[in-house]
Write a protein that binds this ligand. Structure first.
Ligand code: G3P
Ligand code: MG
Length: 346
């Protein structure tokens, strides 16, 4: 009947454009779905007046779980099926470093989760701050392991092992003790705990899965995130050693993350829709000017196709302030962002 939108089965997939979504502050906030997100997904799946289906992927700086686990959760929240083939989180690119370093310290997240993620990526020997506290409980004067933590932790004589790299996979649940341990390693001779370097330039490299200083969760105002821990660690290293510390962050706005997203989207469109050509335009919907908008705009200059940044008002960016990086469009929420792109294309 004229006037009624076609059902998803009748719709066709577009090869002209695609969407990429940030998660926190766009689709989810404080573990709860942002209501417009459900309708936005339906619209991309063909419930729109043009009867078009639009391929999409998810690119979050968040983490702390396996990609598989996170997709199961996202599928329930968004009432669609989300596959790991269309999902990247902050620590996904760390997978590529599993061959390079043998014994690594993995920091952040709940319980043993990040250890399991790292082992799943192929890291051979994963140490956590809990392991180090178990070996020497004087490491952290104000933190004692709980019974469960003690049982899960794997003790060894750390004075005899070199920790080759430090990976902050997810937000620290205990800044003081995690920073103490990272600092000990940075000031050590070649990553051997219990030693002190004379020059403070032989500690292991530190990698963060992203650099968001603040993020959007259940509180009305933004909360400090992993980028804040990074700033704090660098300042502390300077205060204690007098030297500058250089650390590396993955995630948005790094070009590498957008290149990774490009490859993922290419594979996803090929596998699920049989499309082999890159889309003319990728609409990237985010809430954080410093990572989502900055990254999309910079990548737009590098990429052969167009990367079009859309800023929403449901997360970090709040009306009344001027975003430090200008998006192509600013809209109220993710549903408006989807409508904006679809209308622009037809
Ligand atoms: O810790 C996660 C947060 O900093 C950002 O997540 O989904 O907004 O990239 P997202
Ligand atoms: Mg966000």
């Amino acid at each position: 009947t004229p006037g009624t939108p076609p059902t998803p089965q009748e719709s066709t997939v577009t090869d002209k454009y695609a969407y990429a979504f940030d998660i926190d502050g766009v689709l989810i906030r404080g573990g709860r779905v942002i209501p417009e997100a459900i309708q936005a997904m339906k619209m991309l799946n063909g419930e729109n007046e043009y009867g078009v289906k639009v391929p999409y992927i998810f690119v979050t700086n968040g983490g702390g779980k396996t990609e598989q686990e996170r997709c199961i959760q996202l599928s329930q929240q968004l009432e669609i099926e989300v596959s790991p083939g269309q999902f990247i989180c902050g620590h996904t690119p760390m997978r590529e470093m599993a061959e390079k370093y043998k014994t690594v310290l993995v920091v952040g997240g709940e319980g043993e989760k990040c250890r399991h993620v790292a082992e799943g990526y192929g890291f051979k020997d994963v140490v956590t701050p809990g392991d180090i506290i178990k070996d020497n409980q004087d490491t952290t004067p104000f933190r004692k392991l709980t019974k469960e933590e003690y049982e899960n932790s794997r003790s060894r004589n750390f004075g005899q092992h070199e920790i080759e790299a430090i990976f902050v996979f997810a937000d620290s649940r205990d800044w003081a003790s995690d920073q103490q341990i990272i600092l000990d390693l940075l000031m050590s001779k070649n990553g051997r705990l219990g030693t002190r370097s004379e020059t403070f330039d032989e500690g292991p490299p530190v990698f963060f899965s992203h650099n968001d200083v603040v993020w959007s969760t259940s509180h009305d105002l933004t909360r400090i995130g992993m980028g804040a821990l990074r700033v704090s660690l660098e300042a502390m290293f300077k205060a204690v050693t007098g030297k500058d510390l250089k650390t590396t962050a993955f995630g948005k706005p790094q070009i590498g993350t957008f290149q990774f997203a490009t490859r993922l989207l290419q594979q996803w469109r090929k596998d699920t829709h049989g499309i082999d050509m890159p889309p003319d335009t990728v609409y990237f919907v985010g809430d954080t000017p410093e990572s989502d908008i900055r990254g999309t705009n910079e990548y737009d200059h590098h990429a052969e196709n167009n990367w079009y940044s859309i800023l929403v008002r449901t997360g970090v960016f709040q009306e009344g302030t001027r975003p430090r990086f200008q998006p192509k469009a600013t809209v109220d929420n993710v549903l408006e962002a989807v409508k904006h792109g679809i209308e622009r294309e037809h």
